[in-house]
Design a protein around this ligand. Structure first.
Ligand code: DC
Length: 222
């Protein structure tokens, strides 16, 4: 059954892991799923964006693992919000620090504690990222791998940047996305890869409403 549900119609306690490449629409989808079930939501990309931003604010170099780890160790919940996290530069720095094993290790405990606490306090949670179904929550009850073609993702990201009055050029956005895909999929630690038991959801030709309903049907039929 689709549409809004009441708390008593909540599915049994569950962690929903949503992974996929940049700008595939997983953030929008994850937020809507969390709101629908009244679950907690964590955008795990904001952790790496927060580290990337903090390292610069601390006068460090995002390419230096010691600097990035120092920033990761000082990251606080308040650092995970704000417009500056969403800029192209913050995304670029995030994808650099996200390659570093010590930074990922530092973030792992935070994400797992969040997921377990939310499962107990709210009955469930939705985490979106790159390695949620494979590394952070391999026992998640539901795993979705959300993708779209690089061209569709670049167009969406381009429109989003223009919508925020940021300068943007489609070809540059496409090239940046391909670079980030390469970094995310080829890194040694926790690369972007669908978990074996993930449901694949290609949103290239789906609007957000259809993608949302498809995801809800998958979750409800679990
Ligand atoms: O989803 P996003 O664009 O906000 O993610 C920013 C960067 O963080 C992305 O290049 C990859 C990295 N990331 C990651 O390595 N693991 C996650 N669970 C989430 C994001």
């Amino acid at each position: 059954m689709n549409g809004a549900i009441n708390a008593h119609q909540k599915p049994r306690k569950m962690i929903i892991a949503i992974d996929g490449p940049a700008a595939a629409g997983k953030g929008t989808l994850a937020k809507r799923i969390a709101a629908h079930f009244d679950f907690k939501y964590l955008d795990t990309g904001s952790l790496y964006r927060g580290v990337g931003l903090k390292v610069v604010q601390m006068g460090g170099d995002p390419n230096n693992e010691d600097d990035a780890l120092a920033a990761a160790q000082q990251l606080e919940f308040d650092d995970l919000d704000g417009d500056e996290l969403r800029t192209a530069q913050a995304g670029e720095n995030a994808s650099i620090v996200a390659q570093m094993p010590s930074v990922r290790k530092e973030m792992l405990g935070f994400q797992r504690r969040f997921a377990q606490a939310a499962k107990i306090s709210k009955g469930g949670c939705v985490l979106d990222g790159r390695d949620i179904g494979t590394v952070v929550c391999p026992d998640a009850e539901i795993k979705l791998f959300v993708t779209a073609s690089a061209q569709v993702r670049a167009q969406r990201r381009h429109d989003e940047l223009l919508g925020r009055n940021e300068q943007s050029n489609y070809e540059t956005v496409l090239a940046d996305l391909k670079l980030r895909d390469k970094r995310d999929t080829e890194r040694r630690v926790a690369p972007l890869v669908p978990a074996q038991d993930a449901h694949l959801l290609d949103t290239s030709k789906l609007d957000i409403e259809t993608a949302f309903q498809t995801a809800i049907d998958i979750i409800n039929s679990h």
